[in-house]
Design a protein. Sequence first.
Length: 308
Amino acid sequence: MSQPGAIVMDANFSKMAFNYSNVQLENSGPVHFRASTEEVNIDPVTFKGKDTNFKIEGNVRFTGRRSVGLKLNGALDLRLLSGFVPGLDARGPAEVNASFEGTLDRPRITGRVHIDSASARMADFPTGLSGINGDLIFDATRLSFNNLTAEAGGGTLTLTGSVNYADRPIHYDVSAKTDRTRIRYPEGMSWQVAGNLRLSGTPESAVLSGKVVVDRVNLSGGLETAGALIASREYGGPTSSFLQNLQFDIEALSTPDARMEWPNAELEADANLRVRGTWEHPILLDISMYCPAIYIFTGIGTVWPAAI
């Protein structure tokens, strides 16, 4: 035992069962691997579980260049990703055909992940995604979206773009297009919008930009919510470091019959504005608004229009 680094474990298991991210996995066939303080070598082995039936093989070195050579093929329950991405709640099946090479510090991933009717939500985000369908393409340094669609806020999103993970920090350039979706942000306010948004930058410094058309705004907290935005009032901060570092640069136009609703009243408005600032401190700028009428609902159901 004077040289513990020279110890090599050669193990064979007829049965191996474990739970990872609330997914119960069990081997199908024998498990054979060799491990030391310097590396681990895994013979081809299959693991099965709910929405999961994948084969993994290869080796990883923990010294020197810390090289990686792994292959992963088969079906995966997306809950397994939650253990690798903090704050992510992903569910549903995926088909994976991927190779992992390079080093532990800079892995090169090549292959494809096909997603079918999955869902995902990140901590602090105002809306999650459901009905996710499409392919994620890995080409060693970049993740690209191919025919990727999802349901969000009662509408459909089409996602395009890529994430470059070859260098640190990783870099986003992702666009989303929708014909209608509802966004609940900030607290007490929801927007029904259509348009295009683009996320670009890094986890430490990202910008959400684009142009949207607003059809309806609901103020469950009354006009005080809109007043807080115009007055640049700060909101409670998110726990996500990504959202803390996110900047806005969004142009918003209204449809001809757009409405702003709050308890006991509606406002017809033709408005243009720009959303700047941060997630914690959103600001409405360049506001121009024409209000042909405001409707006040009385306790007995009468509607009173008033031109402004």
